[in-house]
Write a protein of this length. Structure first.
Length: 366
């Protein structure tokens, strides 16, 4: 990882070479996120995050093999509690994962990219355990595209449908990083600054993913599913139906999930995912509802809030017929790659227990 910033600066800041975040703009190592979504595989994204460049073919093979190795080993004996958030299940399993700890301490072939891919494999297997879909993946070929693995583990089906598989990978790539702004990233970097082990620091970040941060995609899927059912029963006016659903939600003191963003008036991830959903022939009733949602909210409550990446993932997951929990799990799987990159940048570029100034985060990449 390339060192960033001057460690001796009298005016400390929090520089990064991973992701540039500006209003309506997200760039991973200088590449706009919209150019990555639907066109970049997870192994390529891992290398781009950590090394700042796209990988050579042999590096893609190394990363893919490390992922497959991580995904085949048994999980630690950590049971999910009734009603427990999926982020907590994943965090507890990762913290107890001796296979990941061993991989990290041995520093096998692939270095930081290999460790990240191995960790993604562990998360992937845990996702299959949560969704009860490992049976669909047990005979998978390690040379298959990453998207095929995703399809099997999220759908529970052995026969892969290429458009949906590609869309699942596109959604995962859309979630890989949002710079130094998310709480999950900040917590992970603070843990890295005191040199917590890799799996411990990532556990802190994953545990921060909640119904507010990252988990809103599942709530979006749950919100749009009734719209899908009502539209299937009768030819109702979609705008009027959505207004009624929105008003009911507001009357309960709740927010419409999938709308609004702290930085973006137009979330570039939504635009790219909408494009990919259309291309795959997946954009249906729930995606239609999402496109109508900002105007429906504005007519009722006044503010016009943009569609965000949580809304995009939730609506697409619902249109694909997958469980709402798959939306949060997609977000986490992608974000683990970004958390890993931030961990390695912190331990490789800065002194231990440094002062991290949240108000002076700045992109120092190309």
């Amino acid at each position: 990882m390339t060192a960033t910033g001057d460690k001796r600066s009298a005016n400390p800041c929090w520089p990064t070479s991973i992701t540039r975040i500006e209003p309506d703009r997200i760039e991973i190592a200088g590449t706009p996120i919209g150019e990555l979504i639907g066109r970049t595989t997870i192994p390529e994204a891992v290398h781009l995050l950590i090394r700042g460049a796209f990988p050579e073919p042999h590096k893609i093979e190394e990363i893919s093999w490390a992922f497959f190795q991580g995904s085949t080993l048994p999980l630690p004996a950590v049971r999910a509690l009734p009603g427990e958030e999926v982020s907590r299940i994943l965090a507890r399993r990762l913290l107890a994962d001796k296979a990941l700890s061993k991989r990290r301490t041995e520093q096998r072939t692939g270095g930081e990219c290999g460790i990240t891919a191995f960790c993604l494999g562990r998360i992937f297997r845990s996702i299959g355990s949560i969704l009860g879909t490992l049976h669909a993946w047990k005979d998978a070929d390690p040379e298959e595209p990453f998207s095929h693995h995703l399809y099997r583990i999220f759908s529970g089906k052995s026969r892969v449908r290429e458009p949906e598989a590609g869309l699942l990978e596109a959604m995962t790539v859309a979630c890989i990083d949002h710079g130094l702004t998310p709480p999950s990233t900040q917590v992970c970097r603070i843990a890295a600054s005191v040199r917590s082990p890799y799996e411990v620091a990532l556990t802190q970040g994953i545990a921060c993913i909640s119904a507010i941060h990252g988990g809103a995609s599942a709530r979006a899927a749950e919100f749009f599913l009734p719209f899908q059912r009502q539209r299937g029963k009768a030819p109702l006016n979609p705008s009027l139906l959505l207004e009624a659903m929105t008003q009911e939600l507001l009357n309960c003191g709740k927010r419409v999930p999938g709308l609004g963003h702290r930085f973006h008036a137009t979330d570039p991830r939504w635009e790219a995912l909408h494009r990919e959903a259309d291309r795959a022939g997946i954009a249906a009733t729930c995606v239609q509802a999402l496109t109508l949602a900002p105007a429906a909210l504005a007519r009722i409550a006044g503010p016009h809030l943009p569609v965000n990446v949580d809304g995009a993932i939730g609506a697409i997951i619902a249109d694909m017929g997958l469980r709402p929990a798959a939306a949060t799990l997609t977000f986490i799987l992608g974000r683990v790659a970004g958390l890993s990159a931030h961990y390695f940048e912190e331990v490789g570029s800065f002194p231990p227990m440094r002062r991290i100034n949240f108000e002076k985060a700045v992109y120092r990449g190309g």
